[in-house]
Design a binder for this molecule. Structure first.
Ligand SMILES: [Fe+2]
Length: 296
């Protein structure tokens, strides 16, 4: 059986690369430290597979077809197509077709109907966090694209529920795979609209607070606030998927800082998840799994 060994979230944004040198030094240090912290935790978790939950920034889809959720089931995926991501060290990223296929089948059994792709371009939403985490070894990347770019969006509740599907897929996979999840995106930002560049620190701080409480309060807050928040804030859906995969608890803020230079409220988080372990740890795992099933 596979095991969930980590759940994380991190912001992304083109200006984190394109305008990096203009970011004040103290903010550079904090951003670098936060990405590294997530990377260190992921490395320590020894994940074989990392499910990266991200929007598609028009690298794969267009108004001709905007799937709500698309799972990358290919053996490999392409590196970032953005010219300013040319120094990203991987032009091909390994996928995990067998686990991704199992994830899709699990979703279908649970009443979820994702789109699938056998070949995706992994844009900066995937690759900025991977790059900045400075991983010595890249796990297999299973991309899960959640639409937070072009309305209509999947509901925030559905995104939280998707987390439970991911958790179930991990628990029911028949090989001892170590799987981690990264929700990429958010927190508040505004792109290509009247409020372009605005960061809503108050909203971000409230969301961060609510991740440590009851899921219903978090969901109702987001349902109320997202329609009038900056459009990039919709990417918080990807944090909800990670939150759901972790059973809706164990949230830990790694850092948060609004960075006007990159026009993003930059957040970094990790969730405590059931530790993968030896047979000796089996009774504790069973107990935790039972609690998780009740939440799911
Ligand atoms: Fe984005």
């Amino acid at each position: 059986m596979a095991s969930l060994v980590g759940a994380y979230a991190a912001s992304h944004g083109p200006l984190l690369v394109r305008e990096w040198n203009a970011v004040p030094a103290d903010q550079q240090r904090r951003l670098t430290a936060a990405y590294r912290e997530i990377g260190n935790r992921l490395s320590a978790a020894k994940a074989d597979v990392l499910i990266v939950v991200t929007p598609d920034h028009w690298a794969n889809f267009s108004l001709d077809h905007v799937p709500s959720v698309c799972i990358g089931v290919g053996e490999t995926n392409e590196g970032p197509p953005e010219p300013w991501m040319k120094d990203f060290p991987h032009r091909e990223l390994p996928g995990h077709a067998e686990f991704a296929g199992h994830l899709v089948q699990t979703a279908l059994r649970e009443g979820f109907e994702p789109s699938v792709s056998h070949r995706l371009k992994l844009d900066h939403g995937v690759c900025i966090p991977l790059w900045r985490m400075e991983l010595a070894r890249l796990p297999c990347i299973v991309p899960m694209i959640v639409n937070s770019i072009e309305p209509p969006f999947p509901t925030v509740r559905r995104c939280l529920e998707w987390g439970s599907v991911l958790s179930k897929a991990v628990k029911t996979y028949g090989a001892p795979l170590r799987v981690a999840i990264l929700g990429s995106g958010g927190l508040s930002h505004s792109i290509g609209e009247k409020t372009m560049g605005a960061i809503d620190e108050k909203l971000d701080q409230e969301c961060i607070r609510l991740f440590s409480g009851k899921a219903e309060k978090l969901l109702s807050h987001l349902e109320k606030k997202l329609p009038t928040a900056g459009n990039g804030t919709e990417e918080i859906r990807n944090w909800l998927v990670a939150h759901g995969a972790a059973g809706g608890r164990g949230f830990e803020l790694v850092d948060y800082l609004p960075v006007p230079t990159v026009i993003v409220g930059c957040g970094f988080a990790a969730w405590k998840v059931t530790p993968a372990g030896s047979r000796r740890a089996a009774p504790a795992r069973r107990g935790t799994s039972a609690r998780r099933r009740r939440i799911a």
